[in-house]
Design a protein around this ligand. Structure first.
Ligand code: TXA
Ligand code: MG
Length: 322
């Protein structure tokens, strides 16, 4: 299959909506990363997403919507979810809720779980596309399973050219890390399943403290553990000294000298700026003529929690799960 690349103008968006409605796969920009979309009510389209990515079928997908009422058709909202939606949608927040029975949502989207993850992205192209399709669109990040998430159309093509019908190109993503995933599927608990583009503190200001997974409790999100975002080279974290054959990922003005190649996430030490490029810079260092990748310490507050999470998982030695 030849993958078409279109500029994300009105004609491109109309064509993308047509491809989706016909059961095809379209990679499209969101404010976080590029997503690989297929209509979430069509089993064959959802099945093809798993095949194109090489994603294990037990790892559920996020249903993207162009308006909150589309999410309410497929998920059962409670009062906490409504407060989060009123405050943060459209935006980089995904909410896991009980599936609404009889909604027509493909069971594969949830990978057999009784819950569904819903998100209304803030990117104008994503919103225009979702509204034109007028159905929930299942969309994981548009990368091969286990690889770094794509923040440009070129990243998408590097992983998925020949495997999907279309890429809508709208330039680099603004946030750069994926959405924050909060699980509200149980009435008395709120879990942070994945730190992301919306800082934890902003969510906690609206619904109170977010819990982590309890020790011994089964993992709720198969895609949220283990090695992921993985370059082919070894990654070393929190370094203060680098070897001459290493590539360095730096942050702020305190840059250890001596690396073969140095890329800086934000010379000014700004976490929002830094969140835009960890994936692109990991890809670039992976391609550079270096033996390994070294990363300086990144502060853990605000968007730093998501950046640190992604780098930690890029550095893991266990095999990729998703
Ligand atoms: O920013 C984002 O969220 C991007 C853009 C494209 O919207 N999407 C994205 O999708 O990151 P993906 O599939 O790469 O990551 C979604 C994560 C997966 O790790 C999956 O395990 C988890 O959300 N997830 C999805 N549905 C879930 C559910 N019902 N229960 C628990 N976790 C779920
Ligand atoms: Mg992903």
């Amino acid at each position: 299959m030849k993958t078409e690349v279109l500029k994300a103008d009105a004609a491109g968006i109309a064509r993308a909506a047509e491809v989706l409605r016909a059961g095809g796969l379209v990679a499209f920009p969101t404010e976080t990363v590029y997503g690989l979309g297929g209509v979430a009510t069509r089993d064959e389209a959802v099945e093809r997403i798993f095949t194109a990515k090489g994603r294990p079928s037990r790892n559920p997908l996020i249903a993207h919507v162009g308006a909150p009422e589309v999410a309410r058709r497929i998920a059962v909202f409670d009062e906490r979810a409504e407060r989060l939606v009123a405050r943060f949608w459209p935006g980089p927040l995904t909410i896991v809720l009980p599936r609404r029975p009889g909604s027509g949502l493909s069971p594969r989207v949830s990978a057999g779980l009784p819950t569904v993850a819903v998100r209304m992205p803030a990117h104008p192209v994503a919103l225009a596309l979702l509204r034109a399709v007028d159905e929930p669109v299942a969309a994981p990040s548009a990368n091969r399973s286990g690889r770094t998430s794509p923040t440009t159309a070129e990243h998408v093509l590097a992983d998925l050219a020949g495997r999907i019908e279309l890429v809508l190109d709208a330039g680099p993503c603004e946030v750069g890390v994926e959405s924050t995933v909060v699980d509200l599927s149980e009435p008395d608990r709120a879990l942070l399943l994945r730190p992301g583009g919306l800082p934890r503190a902003e969510i906690e200001a609206v619904i109170g403290p977010l819990e982590g997974r309890r020790p011994g409790e089964p993992v709720r999100s198969p895609g949220l553990v283990g090695r992921h975002y993985a370059p082919s080279k070894p990654v070393r974290l929190d370094v203060r000294e680098v070897a001459p054959d290493e590539g360095l990922l730096a942050f702020g003005e305190d840059v250890p000298p001596g690396a073969k190649v140095t890329l800086n996430l934000s010379p000014a030490g700004d976490l929002a700026e830094a969140a835009r490029s960890p994936f692109a810079m990991l890809r670039e260092l992976d391609r550079a003529d270096v033996r390994a990748i070294a990363v300086v310490p990144i502060p853990g507050e605000g968007l730093g929690e998501a950046i640190r999470d992604r780098l930690r998982r890029a550095a893991m030695e266990a095999p990729a799960d998703a």
